[in-house]
Design a protein around this ligand. Structure first.
Ligand code: GLN
Length: 192
């Protein structure tokens, strides 16, 4: 298999690279346009979506990346990466843009600030229980037809989706890369 890129402008890049290496996949840190050549999938890590969106523009990556993703490049976004993939962002910056590959609305920091961070076990369709870290995690508040919900979590207030797929895009509200988990990445690689 060709290499998988990890968007490396900001965020927990190293942790994703480490998971990919653990499952035997060559990972390329994507910092500029040249790094996009030849990748067969892309991971957008957790971090800060407003910063990532800004750095994609200043680094000239927004357009080439949009083109690749619109052309069907498989993509996994975790946490801030999920925000980057969502069609609509609630509580974002007024100028915050996103790639819009997942027809969902996400609320930034939607699991509440007082419980800004927690770890829990999430039951994933086809995989089983997966340990996930939620760190100022986005909450998926609406899901359109065509989006498959692969896992939900109830943090009080009823279950909401935390792992969704639409076509070649996989969005994860939590961090599977911080808990020693590899199966979300393996699921992603099955799309690659
Ligand atoms: N709250 C962050 C954002 O809006 C995401 C947090 C994370 O990726 N751990 O981008």
């Amino acid at each position: 298999m060709a290499s998988v890129g990890v968007l490396a402008l900001q965020g927990d890049v190293r942790e994703h690279v480490a998971v990919l290496q653990r499952i035997g996949v060559a990972a390329v840190e994507v910092r500029g346009v040249a790094d996009l050549a030849g990748i067969s999938g892309l991971v957008i890590p957790g971090g800060e979506s407003t910063t990532m969106a800004r750095l994609l523009v200043t680094g000239g990556l927004r357009e080439p990346l949009t083109e690749l993703l619109d052309g069907g490049l498989p993509v996994l976004g975790t946490c801030a990466g999920l925000i980057m993939l969502a069609r609509r962002i609630l509580d974002g910056r007024s100028d915050q843009w996103s790639l819009g590959l997942l027809d969902v609305e996400v609320r930034r920091n939607g699991f509440g600030r007082q419980v800004a961070s927690f770890e829990t076990v999430v039951e994933v369709t086809g995989i089983g229980p997966v340990a996930g870290a939620f760190i100022r995690a986005p909450q998926i508040v609406t899901v359109a037809d065509g989006v498959t919900i692969l896992a939900t979590h109830d943090h009080g207030g009823g279950p909401t989706p935390v792992l969704v797929r639409q076509g070649h895009a996989l969005g994860c509200a939590f961090h599977p890369e911080l808990t020693g988990e590899t199966r979300i990445h393996e699921l992603f690689l099955s799309l690659v």
